[in-house]
Write a protein that binds this ligand. Structure first.
Ligand code: CAA
Length: 240
């Protein structure tokens, strides 16, 4: 039977590319999304991949979402924690809500989803969890204490859960994307983005499909010996 995957934030940007790459591997994909119903419906029409709405920052909603996908598509073998938001600003301008939103959604979402899906993976002795971190969690970024902290947390979370999953056949890895050509990066002021791109040795933004390819590898049968690792895909911007 085909493996079943949930990709959070799976209907847009990097998540959309991941959903498609897993579908190409023969995986049955459920693409989670938070709010943009119109884009999610268009995604389903375009790809044939079912979309499911819940907030990954909500612990109970994740438990219910995972149970619903399992009931409709089958037990969950693969979770890709891709959902994330930015609320950029220097610490002088960052209020408590900007901090809490990013930690709750980006980092809390990984815990909430893994907490819901891990027991089934343990029972079936097979699982793949891939967490989307960031170059900015590795290197820091001016104006992103919230996002850098959450993404850095994701890298620690990955290494800890990898140790717990290993004896059950559950691998846990992270990908650290650099600046990828998505709506999130397009929201960075143009003059700031130009300066960032000038520091990327490859000389361009990355494509969502270039991240998805890495996720597909980490989710494959052949990647069973890869766990606790971070794959940096950033055009050489940060060699870590
Ligand atoms: N290092 C040092 N100083 C910097 C700096 C930097 N990287 N960037 C800006 N500054 C300085 C400016 O020169 C300016 O100094 P002066 O006041 O002396 O002129 C001061 O800091 C204030 O800068 P801004 O005018 O830019 O401040 P702002 O409040 O208008 O904006 C900001 C701040 C929102 C952080 C804006 O600079 C910004 O959007 N930066 C980009 C942040 C970023 O890269 N976000 C990534 C989003 S995509 C993503 O996160 C995906 C992923 O995983 C990679």
């Amino acid at each position: 039977m085909a493996r079943v995957a949930i990709v959070t934030g799976g209907t847009r940007g990097i998540g959309e590319a991941i959903s498609l790459a897993l579908k190409d591997l023969g995986v049955t994909v459920a693409a989670n999304y938070a709010g943009n119903v119109e884009k999610a419906q268009a995604f389903t029409e375009r790809t044939g991949i079912q979309a499911y709405q819940w907030d990954v920052g909500d612990f109970d909603a994740c438990a219910q979402g995972v149970a619903r996908v399992a009931a409709e598509l089958g037990p969950i073998d693969i979770v890709v924690n891709n959902a994330g938001v930015t609320r950029d600003g220097t610490i002088l301008k960052m209020d408590r809500e900007m901090w809490e939103d990013v930690i709750r959604i980006n980092l809390g979402g990984c815990f909430n989803m893994a907490h819901a899906a891990f027991p089934g993976m343990r029972d079936r002795k097979w699982g793949r969890i891939v967490n989307i971190g960031s170059i900015n969690g590795q290197a820091g970024q001016y104006g992103q204490v919230n996002y850098a902290a959450a993404k850095s947390g994701i890298h620690g979370f990955t290494k800890a859960l990898a140790q717990e999953g290993a004896r059950f056949g559950v691998t846990v890895n992270a990908i650290a994307p650099g600046y990828i050509d998505t709506d999130m990066v397009a929201a960075v002021p143009a003059d700031v983005l130009d300066k960032i791109v000038a520091r990327i040795p490859v000389g361009r933004l990355g494509q969502a499909s270039e991240i998805a390819r890495g996720v597909a590898f980490l989710c494959s049968e052949e990647a069973g010996f890869v766990t606790g690792s971070t794959l940096s895909i950033n055009g050489g911007q940060h060699m870590y």
